[in-house]
Design a protein around this ligand. Structure first.
Ligand code: GYE
Length: 328
């Protein structure tokens, strides 16, 4: 497509996004005549992690001088599908999206493939039999994250000399990759260790408000004495649970063990204060790697299919004095 036509279409889409998507963050327009245009479907703004991830994408696109068409789907898969379709009709150079759930993408990704537009899946994964439907995946190894959470629990139980601990789990969005794999990895790590019983798993949808609701339900059902460990799939839900525990006179980190995932600043502060025992890191800072890949694809290079960032974990057993501000 001619650059001038492409730029005109890109600007038109940016305008449509602004008019149609009340909650969308700013739709960027291409920065120069030669700019590549990236269509990015973000799944929502449910957490500090997600907001940090959107910022990382915007900043990296700016640094690379790429136009970024950003659509925020506010937790709705149908909105993500509609955004991807609009990116196809405007013939963006590359489509990037973070799938809210794993299934239901085959049709729209076949359309992108038929249009010859490469697709980078970022953060969460999809379930498909056809790996040709996407060019590459960039995101965390969620199974490894779950295992780290379980390994911390084993270490903590050893240190306490605990005989038996009742565990409750507050899970992320049902049928999403981080939910499934953080659960599976944790279970794998503690499997066969009969010091641990997972007494209930409740769905908190990665939201702080639902983390509060889940905690209220768990306290009502088991009482503070019935719960020894809370494994929560993200910091927002953990922070919600923490408020409810403290209002009920329970001391998180002491009366009950809290294990979280993400590593956003507010949670790291709570870890330092002894109100959370362990946070498994999940980095939202994926924009740089995505844009590097966009650039490589535009030059016809082949890129690795699976790409995981390096991640660690932080716990009460670590010296956190040197930990840099998290930035999200
Ligand atoms: O852990 C959570 C967010 O998909 C890894 O989604 C991401 C998760 C992250 O809302 O905070």
């Amino acid at each position: 497509m001619k650059h001038s036509v492409r730029i005109a279409l890109a600007l038109l889409l940016a305008l449509c996004c602004a008019l149609m998507t009340a909650c969308a963050a700013k739709p960027a327009s291409p920065t120069s005549q030669s700019a590549l245009v990236v269509g990015f479907s973000q799944l929502g703004a449910e957490s500090g992690w997600r907001i940090g991830n959107t910022a990382s994408m915007e900043q990296a696109a700016q640094e690379w001088g790429f136009g970024l068409m950003l659509d925020n789907a506010n937790q709705r898969q149908d909105k993500q599908i509609a955004a991807i379709r609009s990116f196809i009709s405007y013939q963006v150079d590359v489509i990037v999206f973070s799938p809210i759930v794993e299934t239901g993408w085959n049709n729209v990704l076949t359309e992108a493939k038929n249009a010859g537009i490469p697709v980078i899946i970022m953060d969460r994964m999809i379930e498909t039999d056809d790996d040709d439907l996407y060019t590459a995946y960039i995101g965390a190894d969620f199974l490894a994250e779950g295992k780290k959470a379980g390994e911390f629990l084993i270490k903590k139980a050893d240190a306490m000399g605990a005989e038996h601990l009742n565990v409750v789990e507050i899970t992320g969005t049902e049928a999403s990759t981080p939910m499934r794999e953080r659960q599976a990895g944790f279970m794998q790590a503690i499997e066969g260790d009969d010091r641990f019983t997972v007494i209930e798993s409740v769905n908190g949808d990665f939201l702080r408000s639902k983390g509060e609701e889940c905690m209220r339900h768990l306290l009502e059902t088991y009482g503070p004495e019935g719960i020894d460990v809370i494994y929560s799939h993200n910091d927002e839900m953990t922070l919600g649970a923490l408020d409810v525990l403290e209002s009920a006179g329970v001391k998180p980190g002491k009366d009950v063990i809290l294990i979280s995932v993400d590593g956003q600043q507010e949670a790291v502060d709570a870890l330092r204060e002894g109100r959370i025992n362990c946070i498994v890191e999940c980095t939202p800072d994926l924009g740089g790697k995505v844009m590097e890949m966009v650039d490589a694809l535009s030059r016809g290079e082949t890129v690795p299919k699976q790409n995981h960032p390096e991640e660690t974990s932080f716990s009460e057993f670590d010296d956190l004095s040197g930990l840099a501000p998290r930035g999200y």
